[in-house]
Design a protein around this ligand. Structure first.
Ligand code: ZN
Length: 164
């Protein structure tokens, strides 16, 4: 699986629901395995379908001290009013990091690769990665959540690099 980078239109499109999950479990298990493998190669903590050109609502997350997790057709049920700022990067925007403000905690419901529904309340890095990956399913990137000046700086840097 190749990870698409900024400029690819698929990163800006909304992914659609996974249908008939329970009838296609082996296919989705394989997809999740391939996504974890791609994550490992890139040394990342989260990867969403659209980042590998798969326009379905799935993402995988693997953060230190937690089990690898698969989220299929996730819904954000609740986010805390309290926010935190933390430096984020993205495999689709390589070499760029910036402080992003997000809710401190999140409650999410999804299905895993075994077809089981689960609800998870997360905080810390796990909450941040879940919210970052969820954004990808709606075509939203972390640079969209930056103040305009900061976002433009990153875009200029990428444009310069592309020219060089
Ligand atoms: Zn990302």
């Amino acid at each position: 699986m190749d990870v698409l980078t900024l400029g690819n239109d698929l990163l800006r499109q909304k992914a659609v629901l996974v249908e008939n999950l329970k009838d296609n479990l082996s296919q989705w298990q394989e997809t999740a395995e391939n996504m974890f493998a791609a994550l490992k190669v890139q040394n990342g903590v989260g990867l969403a379908g659209p980042q590998v050109g798969l326009m379905r609502r799935i993402f995988v997350v693997t953060v230190d001290g937690d089990e690898p997790r698969v989220f299929i057709n996730p819904s954000i049920i609740e986010t805390s009013q309290e926010t935190t700022k933390y430096e984020e990067g993205c495999l689709s925007i390589p070499g760029n990091w910036a402080d992003v403000v997000r809710p401190r905690t999140v409650k999410v419901q999804a299905w895993n690769e075994k077809g089981r529904s689960f609800t998870l309340e997360a905080g810390g890095i796990l909450a941040r990665v879940i919210l970052h990956e969820y954004d990808h399913l709606d075509g939203v990137l972390f640079i969209d959540r930056l103040p305009e000046l900061k976002r433009n700086k990153i875009l200029e840097k990428i444009a310069k690099k592309a020219k060089a």
